[in-house]
Design a protein. Structure first.
Ligand code: DAH
Length: 384
């Protein structure tokens, strides 16, 4: 709450309201305008703060609404009263026609709004009292109070956009649990306990058999068991790693895994599909690049990059002058992984990819700090 509301201590506006325009050195239209603007800005901030308390059902809401009323509307020494007595009434003749309308605007807005606020605070208090006394159920005749409308989180928005592209070409959405077995997260994906690549994933273990999944890849195993082949899925969801938070790392983040298993699947299917995907997401002019890489669950493995959508590959800050943006890991599903999913690698082959949704959202909206997504700061979230 505003410290002034609580302590009744003086603030710049209260001080100014105690002086006349002459004492404040205000002698012309610009000065009057600036002075009233300052008061209105201050009032709006204080009013908004109390409205938000109401939206949160803050138990102090009633007190805050009363304090706001007293500070602005009290008959004896409310700010409106002081401004009337000190600015308007003694204003010199030539300033009066300017001060009058400004004063009226200032007076009308708080009077109407603060009365509304007090009414809704009273109805919250009545509802709480009725509930406490347990005499009756909730009083459905009480007026409601407005809640602020939220908006779709940017990560969710981008996730849906990515999903739509793959849904359009015959993939279906499959999800898996965030608490996963060590077997599905590692062993079945060809990452045995002794294998050094397990260290690539800084894992949060729950016990020796259970962990918070470090990637969405274990859903590959679950889906192969559940549906068999042929199989075309994408698997969006949250993943967890024991990371120190920084601009691009967070202990919780989002991935989408893709998996296609069918007869006669080749690397050409992988390239063709992912190239189509990149053009859909970043625009038709996008070019793609595949470089060799290593993942235990794919052979061969690759890193896919797209030509930078911001500079069309010429080089800029976002692509660090390289012209390319790394998008995802991918590759041909390792025969052992197919086997662990109960699929015969002699009959079927597959390709897979894994990408970070948060990174796509950061690229799309030009956000340079992943932490913004998870801090629930409405000033950030309201922009989407
Ligand atoms: N699971 C990998 C990771 O989190 C990403 C990945 C790479 C998934 C290649 C795949 C793949 O399916 O083929 O780092």
């Amino acid at each position: 709450m505003d410290p002034n509301l609580e302590t009744g201590k003086s603030d710049p506006i209260t001080e100014k309201a105690g002086k006349t325009l002459a004492e404040l050195g205000v002698h012309d239209e610009a000065g009057v305008q600036a002075l009233f603007d300052e008061v209105l800005t201050m009032y709006r901030a204080e009013h908004q703060r109390v409205v938000m308390m109401g939206a949160r059902e803050d138990p102090e809401f009633g007190k805050a609404a009363k304090a706001l009323h007293d500070r602005w509307l009290s008959q004896k020494h409310g700010l409106i009263r002081l401004i009337n007595d000190n600015w308007l009434r003694p204003a010199p003749k030539e300033l009066k026609p300017l001060v009058g309308p400004q004063f009226n605007q200032l007076r009308l807005q708080p009077t109407a709004e603060i009365e509304d606020l007090q009414e809704s605070a009273a109805s919250v208090a009545r509802a709480v009292a009725a509930h406490r006394s347990r005499v009756a159920g909730p009083d459905l005749t009480l007026p409601g109070y407005r809640r602020e409308l939220g908006s779709i989180h940017p990560v969710t928005r981008v996730q849906r956009e990515l999903e739509d592209i793959f849904l359009g070409i015959g993939f279906r959405i499959e999800t898996g649990p965030e608490i996963e077995s060590v077997y599905n997260n590692f062993d079945a994906l060809n990452i045995p306990e002794s294998h050094p690549s397990r260290d690539d994933w800084d894992t949060l273990y729950i016990d020796s058999q259970t962990l918070l999944r470090t990637h969405t890849s274990p859903v590959q195993i679950r889906a192969m068991h559940k549906y068999g082949a042929p199989l075309y899925i994408i698997t969006p969801g949250k993943c967890y790693r024991n990371e120190n938070p920084d601009a691009t790392h967070s202990a919780m983040f989002h991935q989408i895994e893709g998996l296609a298993v069918d007869t006669d699947i080749t690397f050409a299917d992988l390239k063709g599909t992912l190239d189509f995907f990149a053009k859909k997401f970043f625009g038709e002019k996008t070019r793609t690049r595949f470089q060799p890489s290593f993942f235990p669950f794919t052979e061969p493995s690759g890193e896919m990059a797209a030509s930078c959508p911001f500079c069309e590959g010429r080089g800029c800050r976002t692509c660090k002058e390289s012209g390319w943006i790394e998008l995802m890991g991918c590759g041909m599903v390792h025969p052992d992984v197919l086997r662990h999913g109960g699929i015969d690698p002699e009959r079927f082959s597959g390709w897979a990819f894994g990408l970070g949704i948060d990174r796509f959202a950061m690229l799309k909206y030009g956000i340079d700090e992943i932490q913004h997504f998870f801090q629930s700061d409405v000033r950030f979230l309201r922009q989407f």
